[in-house]
Design a protein around this ligand. Structure first.
Ligand code: NAD
Length: 378
């Protein structure tokens, strides 16, 4: 039996709490499906600065490069906000992405009907919302050189090459082909040369996918439409900084940052993590919502390891648990019983046992959401 090695990086704040719940679900998947996971824990972020003086220490680097997939909690510690760049927790995250070459960040956003009342948008606007944001992750403003800060002047640089745009565009088109067949590419081509290159390149790649419709939107219009008519989107393809902002905006639709997962993919091991940060305001109290981390486990199984049926069982278990009324504090309405992080993880792990049987009985439909083809990741 193959053993899948998963490098687990709990990180900071609520990271270790939500990751403990996610590991519990992975262990249940292992038991139900007869799969072996070797879960190996390593530090990242502020925890790694404290332990090794480096937000991505050598042992963590070595572990992630030899793993089959990486499961990450969150990084960030406000006490290090004024630290030099090489000691900031976020530097560890950027270095991890660069090290593994995970150039595409996928954030699926849907609104569970049981939680529609938690969203700030009217229920009729939320009907049918199912968006996949594909964000370029290793280029653009966050990595551009030169960069620098003087007393009264600072510089960051926005650079994209056609190769960087082509590979992430291919992934977005491949994903759209498996969904509703629409790519919305978001840029600022009326102002930025980089965006003009982006638009031209995406248009050219789009010709290879004649079965997928392509539309272009300026980022300001996209931001508006995301809340005005979110159900109109299928796949949103965009660059690093626009994607960072739009994906947090989209997260609001779901009702809580704690619900949403992400997958960062490249040719090597993928990084799977909830979209939220270390939430220092609630850390250490066992109240964080682990669903984003557990849904990231589903993405890890599907896109990281190609275990579609197990992924489908985890997704179904999350849905069933919400339908049964389980709520953490961030998604609880007045009078609803509130579960802690670990209890919510336990409920979902129990539901995996039932979901595994149902998915098995449904046969091939368990693979209804296949992985992105590997050819799109090279
Ligand atoms: P955050 O996502 O940590 O928290 C924003 C708000 O959402 C807080 O009120 C928090 O309590 C709530 N929240 C977040 N996750 C939750 C969960 N699972 N359950 C319930 N409530 C949840 O964002 P922030 O406060 O802007 O940032 C805190 C730190 O995290 C900063 O240091 C930041 O740099 C870092 N950060 C890291 C990542 C990452 O690791 N990928 C992403 C975003 C922010």
């Amino acid at each position: 039996m193959k053993t899948y090695t998963i490098a687990v990086l709990p990180g900071d704040g609520i990271g270790p709490e939500v990751i403990a719940a996610a590991e519990h679900v992975l262990e249940t998947v292992a038991e139900r499906y007869g799969i072996r996971f070797a879960l190996e824990r390593f530090p990242i972020g502020a925890a790694a600065v404290a332990a090794a003086g480096d937000p991505l220490p050598g042992q963590t680097r070595a572990a992630v490069t030899r793993a089959d997939a990486v499961l990450l909690g969150a990084v960030g510690d406000p006490s290090l906000d004024q630290a030099p760049r090489h000691l900031k927790p976020e530097t560890g995250l950027l270095a991890l992405r660069a090290l593994l070459g995970v150039f595409a960040n996928l954030r699926p956003v849907s609104v569970h009907p049981a939680l529609a009342a938690r969203s700030p948008l009217k229920p009729e606007r939320l009907r049918g919302v199912n968006v996949l944001i594909v964000r370029e992750l290793t280029g653009g403003l966050y990595y551009g050189e030169p960069r620098g800060r003087e007393a009264s002047r600072a510089v960051n640089t926005l650079v994209y090459t056609t190769v960087e745009v082509e590979r992430v565009a291919r992934l977005a088109f491949a994903a759209a082909r498996r969904r509703r067949g629409l790519v919305t590419s978001v840029d600022k081509a009326n102002v930025l040369e980089v965006s003009q290159l982006w638009r031209d390149t995406v248009t050219r790649v789009g010709r290879e996918y004649s079965d997928v419709r392509l539309e272009h939107l300026y980022v300001d219009t996209a931001a508006m439409r995301l809340v005005a008519e979110p159900a109109a989107f299928d796949v949103i393809l965009t660059e690093n900084m626009f994607g960072d902002i739009l994906s947090d905006e989209a997260a609001v639709l779901a009702g809580s940052l704690g619900l949403l997962p992400s997958a960062s993919l490249g040719a090597g091991p993928g990084v799977f993590e909830p979209i939220h940060g270390s939430a220092p305001d609630i850390a250490g109290r066992g109240v964080a919502n682990p669903i984003g981390a557990i849904a990231s486990v589903a993405l890890l199984l599907r896109h990281g390891l190609g275990l579609g049926a197990a992924a489908a069982a985890v997704d179904r278990a999350i849905g069933d648990t919400l339908v049964a009324g389980a709520r953490t504090r961030d998604i609880a309405g007045a009078g609803e019983t509130v579960l802690g992080t670990w209890e919510m993880g336990e409920r979902i792990a129990e539901a995996v046992r039932r979901a595994e049987r149902e998915v098995r009985n449904e046969g091939s439909s368990a693979h209804s959401a296949p992985p992105i083809p590997h050819s799109a990741l090279e």
